[in-house]
Design a protein around this ligand. Sequence first.
Ligand SMILES: CCCCCCCC/C=C\CCCCCCCC(=O)SCCNC(=O)CCNC(=O)[C@H](O)C(C)(C)COP(=O)(O)OP(=O)(O)OC[C@H]1O[C@@H](n2cnc3c(N)ncnc32)[C@H](O)[C@@H]1OP(=O)(O)O
Length: 237
Amino acid sequence: MFKFSVRLIKGLMQVTAWLQEQPVLTNLLYRISGPASYLPSRDLTVTWPRAEEHKDFSLPNSSWSQSMRNLYNKYMELSQQGSWIRLPSYNATVTHFTEQCPNSAKPQVTTRLFTRNLDVEGLGFEYVVFYNQAEQRTVCIFQAGPYLEGSHGLIHGGAIATIIDSTAGICAICTAGKVMTANLNINYRSPIVLGSTAEVQCRVDKIEDRKIFLSAEIRNVDGQVLHTEATILFVQV
Ligand SMILES: CCCCCCCC/C=C\CCCCCCCC(=O)SCCNC(=O)CCNC(=O)[C@H](O)C(C)(C)COP(=O)(O)OP(=O)(O)OC[C@H]1O[C@@H](n2cnc3c(N)ncnc32)[C@H](O)[C@@H]1OP(=O)(O)O
């Protein structure tokens, strides 16, 4: 078990307080879990209270392409070296910030995260986010399913905006706690073909008072093709 940094815990506590019907997040632990069958090494994850009751959608499933698995394995290996953390991902915000139920009643999950709102694996986004605390960066590996179509055979620009906003949002939350997107500025440089795997790289550029400025890029699996560039402003609330 490893200790999370004080800064990240403070941020998470702020986010938890934000969800007013959700009592305080009381513990945040890293755990070493058993390796998935195709992983070369241990799976380093973050767990939330009672997280084991919920499905973690950021783990590989049968819809993942070989490219997606290769990138996943790359960052899992980096996680072993301590620089990156794989963040678990549930399909509702309430699940990320599970309440401590005195009577052990399960929270009613009546909402779905926009990015996890399809029940069939592989139709929408398949993605996993890794966080590098020392560098204040997130990486999101994603595979764009057929239900994300915009132009013929290509991913919709709004879906691209969504995955950027989410990757940057998680980076900002981990860095500064409760935030809202104030500005998202996107340049679409080259289209992303449905079914392909790509990588969002996001980092905090600067923080001024309540404002957290980030930038992001989406590139293809080998990094040679720039698909999208963005700058994002989050405001602490
Ligand atoms: C182990 C860790 C794991 C963590 C995992 C967590 C998982 C959680 C699960 C899943 C998360 C996925 C993540 C999703 C993320 C998505 C987030 C969204 O999409 S949010 C929805 C869209 N955004 C809105 O609806 C906001 C609407 N706007 C507002 O509410 C306000 O305008 C707000 C809060 C942004 C600012 O309002 P004010 O009243 O608090 O502050 P004022 O005074 O207006 O601005 C503060 C400063 O910011 C500048 N500012 C504000 N808006 C700006 C803008 N658009 N452009 C430039 N500057 C702006 C202002 O000029 C001011 O700057 P000066 O302090 O004067 O220097």
